[in-house]
Design a protein around this ligand. Structure first.
Ligand code: FDA
Length: 307
């Protein structure tokens, strides 16, 4: 019940101001966000890659209202690409971007987002790494996949996220299961209507398995974005059935979530990539993490009560 309320709050400017100003929020946010500055992100990269994990970095920002913000977000990613180049980690540290941070929802947004993200993808390639396009709400999927296709003409290693809760995703998986594609499969984190998405968690899980089967049977590089132990076990079984070697797919989890499991998978020889968000615009990301798990909300409320 609470999930949809929190997801609606994630897009409310009034609640954003209230939650962001509360002094107790910060320590809870720190569990999910590496810090506000590029230096914080670089520290997290060093720590996690030193433990054998791989990473993908997200400079927090979404739903911008002004084209100048898109340029600031582009520049933040270019600075990040410089740091990744100097660390020389190659594909062990890649970048994740939300196209709404690059202007996708503004007038002329499709072209604006493409123009703003292209230099970031180019800088990533120069640093020996790649960019994955995060997926936002269902109204953005066509535009995001069209931008992916344009970017892949010059930078074929560019990846995208597909969300199993959308009815369309099995078809999208088929379309993106070809050679050279990189797809992160997730369940989906936005509040979507019943006209486009499964509402029942069990149906979302079943769709996840169907999608995973398509990606694992294809020629691309599946990235299994889930903390769900069942999905992890099923991915391992599908990889075995389809004869994939350990370097022909990877697991991905979010910073601060199921860290012991992340290390366990690395110890078993798997590629495990941690999604590291950093920056000041953490509100939407944080609220989606609260919505995913009642225990996170309880943790947040307890910290308010013990002040
Ligand atoms: P599920 O929600 O069923 O959780 C399974 C178990 O995982 C829980 O029982 C709990 O133990 C643990 N867990 C899950 N969420 C937790 C949380 N917030 N805090 C603590 N424990 C938690 N979505 C999207 O729409 N677009 C995107 O681009 C991305 N990108 C992305 C990248 C990566 C690397 C990951 C892992 C996830 C995303 N997501 C996303 C989010 C995704 O859609 C989904 O909301 C979350 O991963 C939660 O779903 P799970 O598959 O983990 O399973």
């Amino acid at each position: 019940m609470l999930g949809p309320v929190l997801l609606a709050a994630a897009r409310s400017e009034g609640i954003r101001r209230l939650v962001s100003a509360a002094p107790v929020t910060r320590p809870v946010v720190d569990r999910f966000v590496a810090g506000e500055h590029l230096d914080d992100a670089a520290d997290a990269v060093r720590k996690l890659t030193g433990q054998g994990l791989q990473v993908t970095l997200d400079h927090l920002g979404e739903d911008i209202t002004d084209p100048a913000e898109a340029l600031r977000n582009r520049d933040a990613y270019l600075a990040l690409a410089d740091v990744l180049a100097s660390e020389g980690l190659g594909m062990r540290a890649e970048m994740s971007v939300k196209l709404s941070a690059f202007g996708q929802a503004l007038p002329g947004g499709h072209d604006l987002a493409l123009a703003n993200v292209a230099p970031v993808v180019e800088a990533a390639a120069a640093a020996g790494t790649a960019v994955t396009l995060d997926m936002e709400d269902h109204t953005t999927v066509d535009s995001t996949l069209a931008i992916l296709s344009e970017l892949r003409e010059r930078f074929p290693q560019t990846g995208a996220v597909l969300q199993s809760y959308l009815f369309r995703t099995e078809d999208d998986c088929r379309a993106l299961a070809g050679e050279g594609s990189r797809v992160r499969l997730v369940k989906g984190a936005y509040k979507e209507p019943a006209t486009v998405a499964f509402q029942d968690k069990r149906e979302v899980d079943r769709a996840y398995v169907r999608c995973l089967r398509i990606l694992m049977s294809g020629q691309g590089y599946p990235m299994v974005g889930s903390h769900d132990p069942r999905m992890v076990a099923i991915a391992q079984e599908l990889a075995r059935q389809t004869g994939r070697k350990l370097d022909e797919y990877e697991f991905q989890m979010l910073y601060g979530i199921r860290e012991a499991e992340q290390k366990r998978l690395v110890a078993e020889g798997h590629r495990m990539r941690v999604y590291i968000p950093y920056g000041t615009d953490w509100y939407g990301y944080f609220m989606r993490r609260l919505a995913e798990r009642p225990a996170n909300l309880a943790f947040f409320l307890r910290s308010l009560a013990t002040r």
